[in-house]
Every structure is written in structure tokens, then in C-alpha cells.
Ligand binder design. Structure first.
Ligand SMILES: O=CC(=O)O
Length: 316
């Protein structure tokens, strides 16, 4: 395996980097000055047979075309929206991701965002730290989570895990997805606007495709309304961000909890000044336990591919 070239697209979890370094001939793309990248790819194109990407930096058509010996793109993420799947398919390049192992963590974080927004956990923490508590109480302005109607966009692995957790809080669950699931206890809406009209908390947990880009637009935000909150643990591009910002500024939406943004790590400036918004730096699956499992899956996929064994978690 030491002779197989693996191209790591950006800095990743150190355990993964170390393991890749010890098993393969590892190239770190970000260590190249941007102007030297084409030359670097050209001089190593014979050796590089695998690309390791993640949710932030994938593999576009240009990169794929510049690596004629590329056999596999293994992503350290469940989402593969940054990988040009069509080009991979055309060229017979395999693609793998890291599903299942991160489901619980992302779902936990979704619930944490709901609780933090409704109960104003961060402003409360700031209130204590600033010493303002000594001058008077925080003031009664927080909202209850238990028993609120929760709407979920995308009832896949992560959406289902969020639903299960929200049910334990006594919430009624409804959802919108491409197809209705045979689930008696969850109400299905074939239209996301109707889902938003009928819930207080809308959680985005679907994968990003051409169909789901900007699925949360002005109409959906207005249907959720001035008492509703939006939680996004999917991808920033699911939400029309300027529309979200104006709805929050104009009081047409009560609050938002966001782990993802359209142009990460850029976050729209007005959001930074709103205290009904909780902003996280895309950390849904970032626990040590889960990142170890994700790294092991990336390694297992690469090892399987180069030993001609079935891939543990193939996308294509
Ligand atoms: O966003 C994180 C992932 O796709 O794993």
C-alpha cells in the first residue's frame, strides 16, 4: 500500500492523517501554494489513485479530470454534495462516505440547538458570566420545548434519529420527504410549506441535491412564522440565507439554530448580532468517538478497494 498515492484535500482529523501517512504515500494538497497546484497534480498524476475529501472540500470535475489514475474518492463525511458524482460515475471511479456512525451525534446536536434557542442557553450563560445577574433576574422570555410540534425535512437516518429524540420530549412529529414512509405516528406532508405551517420547530436534516437546494425559501419561512424556529443540521445551501436573515431581522421568525451556512466559514454579519440565533461552526459529527469511527471507515474503504474487497460504505 505504501506506493499508492492518496491525495488529502484539506487538513482533517489528526488520527486519520497519521493513519493515511503510515499506510499510503500521502500527498497534502493544501500544503501546495494555490498557483502551484496544477503543476503539482501533473507531476503526481501517475501515483495518485485515491482522494480523501470531506464535507468542506470535495472533488470537482476539474480535479477528477486532472488525475487519470484516480480509482476512488473516500469522503470523511456522510454528505457527498461536494463530489462530482456524475463525473466519477462516467469514469468508473468509486465513491464512499461515512454514514450511520455519525447519526447519533448529529441528532443530539439538533436537539441541543432546539433547546439552546428556545431556552436561550447561551444568552443565559453570558448573563451569569457578565455579572449582570447581581443586578436582577434574566427576565422571563424563554420558550418550552416539551410537547411542541416538530417538523422534519428529510426523514433519513439523521432525520429519524432527531424524530425519535423529539418524541421522547413529548413532541408530535411531522415530516416532509420525497416519499412517504410507512410510519403511523409521524404525519407526512408532501409539501414543505404545509409542513412549516403546521409545526413550531422546523429541522432541516436532508441531504443536499438540486431538488433540496434552497428548499427553505421565503414562503417556507413565512409559513413557519413569527413564533417558529428553524434548525439546520443539513447544509447551508438548503436555506435561502438572505431570506433567513431578513426574516430574523424583521421578526418574521422567532429564532434559528444553525450548524451550517451557505458559504462556510463565512457567516452573514447580521446573524452575529442577533441573540435569538445560535451559531455553531459545522460540528454536527465532531466528537472524538464519532471522528474515530469515521476515520476508521475511510481507512476501511480504502483498504477494501485496494485489496479488491467489497467496499463497506459505497455511494457508487
Ligand atoms: O457535514 C458533515 C457530513 O456530511 O458528514
Amino acid at each position: 500500500m505504501e506506493s499508492i498515492g492518496v491525495l488529502l484535500m484539506c487538513p482533517m482529523y489528526s488520527y486519520l492523517e497519521q493513519e493515511l501517512q503510515s499506510r499510503f504515500n500521502l500527498f497534502k494538497l493544501w500544503q501546495q501554494p494555490p498557483s502551484k497546484i496544477p503543476e503539482f497534480l501533473k507531476s503526481n498524476q501517475r501515483t495518485i489513485k485515491a482522494v480523501v475529501s470531506n464535507a468542506r472540500v470535495g472533488a470537482d470535475a476539474q480535479l477528477i479530470d486532472s488525475l487519470p489514475n484516480l480509482e476512488i474518492v473516500a469522503s470523511f463525511s456522510v454528505g457527498f454534495d461536494k463530489i462530482d458524482l456524475k463525473r466519477c460515475e462516467e469514469k468508473g471511479i468509486r465513491v464512499t462516505n461515512t454514514p450511520d456512525v455519525l447519526t447519533d451525534d448529529v441528532a443530539d446536536l439538533g436537539i441541543a440547538l432546539i433547546l439552546a434557542v428556545l431556552r436561550k442557553i447561551c444568552p443565559c450563560d453570558g448573563f451569569v458570566r457578565s455579572g449582570k445577574w447581581k443586578d436582577g433576574d434574566f427576565g422571563l422570555s424563554t420558550k418550552q420545548f416539551s410537547s411542541k410540534p416538530v417538523g422534519i425535512v428529510g426523514l433519513g437516518r439523521i432525520g429519524s434519529a432527531i424524530a425519535k429524540r423529539a418524541q421522547a420530549f413529548g413532541c408530535s412529529i411531522s415530516y416532509h420527504s420525497r416519499t412517504q414512509k410507512p410510519l403511523k405516528h409521524y404525519k407526512y406532508y408532501d409539501n414543505i410549506v404545509d409542513l412549516a405551517k403546521n409545526c413550531s420547530i422546523l429541522v432541516v436534516a436532508c441531504s443536499l441535491t438540486d431538488e433540496t437546494r434552497h428548499i427553505v425559501n421565503r414562503e417556507v419561512i413565512d409559513a413557519l412564522g413569527p413564533r417558529g424556529i428553524l434548525i439546520n443540521v443539513g447544509r447551508g445551501a438548503h436555506v435561502d440565507e438572505p431570506e433567513l436573515v431578513s426574516a430574523l431581522l424583521e421578526g418574521r421568525l422567532a429564532g434559528a439554530g444553525l450548524d451550517v451556512y451557505e458559504d462556510e466559514p463565512e457567516v452573514p454579519d447580521p446573524l452575529l448580532r442577533l441573540d435569538n440565533v445560535l451559531l455553531l461552526p459545522h460540528v454536527g459529527s465532531d466528537t472524538v468517538e464519532t471522528c474515530n469511527s469515521m476515520a476508521d471507515l475511510v481507512l476501511a474503504n480504502l483498504e477494501a478497494h485496494f485489496n479488491s474487497r467489497p467496499l463497506p460504505t459505497p455511494v457508487i
